[in-house]
Design a protein. Structure first.
Length: 427
């Protein structure tokens, strides 16, 4: 029998998901649920999500209403219209905002730890300024353009085949473009996020006591000529990011941070870590392993980074080694600081670095499981950007490739360059 070293047993019970890909046009009202917390409206297919976009963009905020995603959605790479829009009417002489004309989502959207993949967003929505004039929203790109103070998005993953990038708008995030007092929690991005200015893996820009917590970015973020952060591009007005981590590459010309590109008045960045590469698109870029440019009033506490991966330092955070990042001591520092068991370590996930408890729950409940940054298991199908070699437990090689369909249920060993060997049980 072939000897496999560093073998970690990851037992997975998954079932095949047969989501119908979105056709790029259909929008159908949901047929299940009452919009209450006990009986939320159920988003069961891509066309239901498209209908939500239509309604919010038309002005329905759904304040006090609840939604729940029931399955993984395949958006099929079709251009999806942002849910809502962010638009502040400006004084023509001074340029100062004089009226907020945004159409916010103000309800609660529970992703139910499902994945929306193939999400492609390349433009903002059209704003009706007057009866006779329109304009394109210049800010707020993401699944949701903007959230107001009562808006909450939780338990949602944006998949690795997603591309959220608008060439002529600022404030881009995979989940929310502009967070204006709402909450985003327990979410992750594995796709690409790009903006001409201000880009974050989860949220583009956040203001007014808004909160992002227990979220992860594993995709690439490009802020071009502005601010870019693994979690949020820019923060202001007492915004809070806590208990988050970044393992994706972040790049921009102005400020680049592993967690936040730039912070401002009385913001807080607490108990986060970064192990993703930070890249200067040109000389003179302000780099920070946690925050690219931190305001003097920003509170930064309990943050760590691995310089080997970030390729940059941060005087407001603590550099630690790979071994220290995997240690029980670091794990306890995070959880004690957050006052709850938010993080845990699983050798097969995140290179052994802390991951969220909600991520490990996917090991026994998800239809599509993200085993590593870009290694997906969906039923008996495996997809990866790198070559995989599959063995049975006797050490016999079954197959090789990057897009593999396992023909039979059973126990398999997965080998991939740079990743510890995994044992997977599929049904």
């Amino acid at each position: 029998m072939k000897k496999f070293y560093a073998l970690f047993w990851v037992l997975l019970s998954v079932w095949q998901v047969s989501a119908q890909p979105w056709d790029g046009t259909s929008a159908e009202v949901w047929t299940q649920g009452e919009g209450t917390e006990q009986a939320p409206y159920l988003i069961e297919k891509p066309s239901n999500l498209a209908y939500l976009s239509q309604k919010v963009t038309a002005g329905e905020s759904y304040e006090g209403k609840f939604f729940k995603l029931t399955t993984n959605l395949d958006m099929n790479g079709k251009d999806f219209p942002v849910i809502g829009y962010y638009y502040e009417k400006a004084d023509p002489e001074t340029g100062d905002p004089i009226e907020d004309m945004s159409h916010y989502f103000a309800g609660v959207f529970d992703g139910n730890h499902k994945t929306i993949d193939g999400l492609t967003i390349t433009k903002t929505n059209t704003v009706q300024i007057t009866a006779d004039s329109t304009a394109e929203a210049e800010m707020g790109v993401g699944l949701f353009a903007c959230l107001s103070e009562s808006g909450i998005i939780r338990n949602l993953v944006i998949g690795p085949q997603s591309n959220i990038a608008c060439a002529n708008a600022v404030g881009t995030g995979a989940i929310v473009g502009v967070l204006n007092g709402g909450i985003v929690e327990n979410c992750a991005n594995l796709g690409y996020v790009g903006s001409i200015m201000i880009a974050g893996g989860i949220v583009g820009a956040m203001y007014e006591n808004s909160t992002v917590q227990y979220c992860a970015n594993k995709g690439k973020v490009n802020g071009a000529f502005g601010d870019a952060g693994g979690i949020v591009g820019a923060m202001d007005l007492s915004a809070i990011v806590q208990g988050c981590y970044n393992m994706g590459e972040v790049e921009a010309y102005t400020t680049v941070g592993g967690i936040a590109g730039k912070t401002s008045q009385e913001d807080k960045v607490l108990y986060c870590y970064s192990a993703g590469k930070l890249t200067e698109a040109a000389g003179g870029v302000k780099l920070g392993a946690i925050v690219g440019e931190a305001n003097a009033d920003t509170k930064m506490e309990g943050n760590f980074y691995v310089e080997k991966f970030t390729k940059s330092i941060d005087l407001n955070a603590e550099p630690i080694s790979e071994e220290e990042m995997r240690s029980e001591t670091t794990l306890q520092k995070f959880n004690n600081g957050l006052g709850a068991t938010i993080f845990k370590t699983v050798p097969a996930l995140n290179n052994g670095f802390p991951c969220f408890v909600w991520e490990t729950k996917e090991l026994t409940s998800a239809g599509q499981l993200t085993i590593a940054n870009d290694l997906l298991l969906n039923g008996r199908k495996l997809k990866s950007s790198q070559p995989l070699t599959i063995y049975d437990l006797s050490g016999r090689m079954i197959t090789k490739g990057q897009d593999i369909q396992l023909n039979e249920a059973g126990n398999y060993l997965i080998l991939r360059p740079g990743m510890k060997t995994l044992k997977v049980t599929v049904k």
